[in-house]
Design a protein around this ligand. Structure first.
Ligand code: ATP
Ligand code: MG
Length: 394
């Protein structure tokens, strides 16, 4: 079994059923037609079928019929003899020969030129190919798995696709569900894509990112999810929030996502802005009661969305993983003393501090301001000459 094949991720019922069908058909030698919207994993499933088939140790060769110019496609598929056309100075094997014994994945089979469809039919019916320029046919043993996002029946009605070829390709038909029908797989995939990149592997999803992922229609399916989540992660410091995802989502919502920014998202935005914040500092920016903020912060620190860093008597909240290696700038001796006084007496004023350690009131004011800036002291709410500072409560 090829070890390089990526795993098919997801546990939704619909995906598990699809995987089980793929596994069963893999053991047969039937040709398989895989259908599904763009980005649903058709190529991934083609490899999965090969890897689970008795041909697993033989080659798996994929060719995208839409990507090769019509003039080249025939010789790419079937090979050519020496001198078959200008520039053909040696005999060359085609893809059918390269895949001999194994599996050939014909991607975008709907784009196979009408003129070549008869030759493909011949391989499927007789197991023979005819290289360009050759008069004789060669035997090949190749299992065909094909895929398309086009409606071959409609194409057959419009005489763009041979009806008899459809039946040959579709020995078994495997339809891949769209991503928005795979429920929680969306979030599992998003997490896996983050984990798969070492630069994003420690990033998590906020609750409203989660809701948004589930509400979005995902017209580009898994490929789009991969692009959106990685682009969002570039701009998210530690937690990927709804605000990081939204700019990358170009399609529609399948249900109204709760677009109102949640309190946790607003808390995260504040922390991202400032690097780290104390509860007291956060309180100044929020109308919610302290207990509500505290409850959310504690929950977020438990589930790893934010970090709680204790430094001295101060507790910081941050979304930045690297904060623990850069502790807040150290305090002056005077500031340490100010904190001791505040702790012992419950509050501190500039005058009280100045007298206690014998410095001027303006110097005392400067030292205290440094502590206030760091959120280690907060105004006690009294004004003018009575104003003092207290330790932030947490
Ligand atoms: N269930 C899954 N688990 C993990 N990765 C997946 C899954 N499904 C798809 N992918 C990844 O998503 C990307 C798109 O998948 P793939 O190329 O197989 O889709 P496709 O249906 O062939 O798309 P298109 O129709 O655009 O060619 C690939 O990188 C693939 O590895
Ligand atoms: Mg594909």
């Amino acid at each position: 079994m090829a070890i390089s094949t990526p795993k098919i991720i997801g546990n939704s019922k619909i995906l598990l059923v699809t995987k089980a069908r793929a596994k069963k058909v893999a053991r047969s030698d039937l040709s398989v037609l895989i259908t599904g919207e763009s980005g649903t994993g058709k190529e991934l499933f083609a490899r999965f079928i090969h890897d689970n088939s008795p041909r697993a140790r033989k080659p798996f060769v994929a060719i995208n019929c839409a990507a090769i110019p019509e003039g080249l496609l025939e010789s790419s598929l079937f090979g050519h003899t020496k001198g078959a056309f200008t520039g053909a100075d040696a005999k060359k094997d085609g893809i059918f020969v390269q895949a001999n014994g194994g599996t050939l994945f014909l991607d975008e089979i709907g784009d196979m030129p009408f003129s070549l469809q008869a030759k493909i039919l011949r391989v499927l019916q007789e197991g023979v190919i005819q290289p360009v320029g050759s008069r004789t046919e060669e035997k090949v043993d190749v299992r065909i798995v094909s895929a398309t996002h086009r409606d071959l029946i409609e194409m057959a009605k419009a005489k763009e696709f041979r009806e008899d070829l459809i039946y040959r390709l579709e020995g078994f038909s495997l339809h891949l569900p769209a991503l928005h029908d795979r429920g929680h797989d969306i979030v599992t995939l998003a997490r896996t894509f983050l984990k798969s990149r070492k630069e994003f592997s420690n990033k998590s999803l906020s609750r409203d990112a989660h809701a948004l992922l589930m509400a979005y229609s995902w017209p580009g399916n898994i490929r789009e999810l991969q692009n959106v989540i990685l682009a969002a992660a570039v701009e998210a410091p530690m937690t990927v929030g709804g605000r990081h995802l939204r700019p990358h989502m170009k399609g529609n919502m399948t249900k109204p996502a709760n677009t109102e920014t949640s309190i946790e998202d607003r808390l995260l935005a504040s922390m991202e802005n400032k690097g780290r914040m104390t509860l007291a500092q956060l309180r100044a920016n929020f109308s919610e009661p302290r207990s509500t903020l505290h409850r959310h912060l504690m929950k977020m620190s438990r589930d790893g969305t934010v970090q709680r860093i204790t430094y001295g008597i101060t507790v910081w909240f941050t979304t930045d993983n690297n904060q623990h290696i850069t502790p807040p700038t150290t305090l002056s001796d005077r500031q340490t003393q100010a904190l001791k006084i505040a702790k012992a007496t419950g509050r501190i004023t500039r005058k009280q501090f100045a007298e206690a350690i014998g410095i001027s009131i303006s110097t005392a004011g400067r030292e205290l301001a440094g502590l206030i800036e760091r959120g280690m002291l907060v105004p006690d709410g009294r004004s003018g000459k009575w104003s003092g500072y207290i330790l932030p409560s947490l």
